[in-house]
Unconditional design. Structure first.
Length: 278
């Protein structure tokens, strides 16, 4: 992405651990890099098609003047969130907040906190085979859209599929959605588990019947494996109830490990299924 830089923006703000810092205030310096697409503005010479760095500078001033934080970490985190939520076309921000007068009783130049935050695209599979499945799935999709700093941008058709693994159970109703979020994968997973629990989900039998299943399939092109979460979702390429909805809403999304698009994976999977049926 293209970058717009703001360097050493000097503001007098009331942030710090000590009472005199929040009461009297002190000088802070802000280095900001805004990641966006400047080409439309470059081709048209139209400021409306870019990010106005003057407005951003005043947004920073207004926000930091109207809020008080003890920690630079909290100030940086919340300022980045505010700018990402409020600035059209801003995809990522790199921010360093410098504190020249840090009260450490030793000679120093500055103390600073430097972070980078951005919007992310995640894909979530949804399924259910207990109770009023269609009602549950549609409500769950709406509820994902109410998660903090998260918007549902695409939703697939809902399809009926045979159970995977434990086959002696009712058919599933499945779908997938694309979301745009500021949350980390772990934070997003926690919210999905909350929604599942509110719909009576109990994790008793692997591949067993469930009132609601919400799984993170992709998160950008991230590849990770922890005790709580594996991304891309393990074995998704062999599951038609994941691949088919994904091929509908993101046919050219590539699997970051196998390098194949959802459209290609769907073709391969259904070719294998047809071969197996013969």
């Amino acid at each position: 992405m293209d970058k717009i830089h703001i360097r050493d923006l000097e503001l007098y703000c009331n942030h710090g651990v000590y009472p005199e810092e929040t009461f009297l205030g002190q000088k802070f310096l802000f280095d900001v890099t805004l990641y966006t697409n400047t080409r439309p503005a470059g081709l048209t010479d139209d400021l409306e098609k870019s990010i106005n760095y003057g407005e951003i500078s005043h947004q920073i001033k207004d926000y930091m003047s109207s809020h008080t934080y003890k920690l630079l970490e909290a100030a940086a985190e919340n300022l980045c969130r505010e700018l990402l939520l409020q600035t059209k076309g801003l995809e990522k921000i790199h921010l360093e907040i410098k504190k020249p007068w840090a009260p450490v009783n030793l000679p120093l130049d500055t103390v600073s906190v430097e972070i980078e935050r951005s919007w992310h695209t995640a894909y979530i599979a949804v399924g259910a085979n207990m109770g009023e499945t269609e009602k549950t799935v549609r409500e769950a999709i709406q509820e994902v859209g109410t998660i903090k700093d998260t918007t549902v941008t695409r939703v697939s058709s809902l399809i009926v599929t045979k159970p995977y693994g434990v086959v002696e159970q009712d058919d599933f109703l499945n779908g997938a959605m694309e979301v745009r979020t500021l949350l980390t994968p772990e934070e997003l997973l926690e919210e999905l588990h909350r929604i599942e629990a509110e719909h009576g989900r109990e994790r008793v039998l692997r591949w067993g019947p469930r009132t609601l299943d919400l799984d993170i399939i992709f998160y950008d092109d991230l590849v990770m494996d922890s005790e709580e979460l594996t991304i891309p979702h393990i074995d998704m390429q062999n599951r038609d109830f994941v691949v088919d909805p994904m091929a509908e809403i993101a046919p050219y999304k590539r699997h970051p490990i196998y390098g194949k698009t959802m459209k290609e994976l769907k073709g391969e999977l259904h070719g294998e299924l047809i071969g197996a049926a013969k």
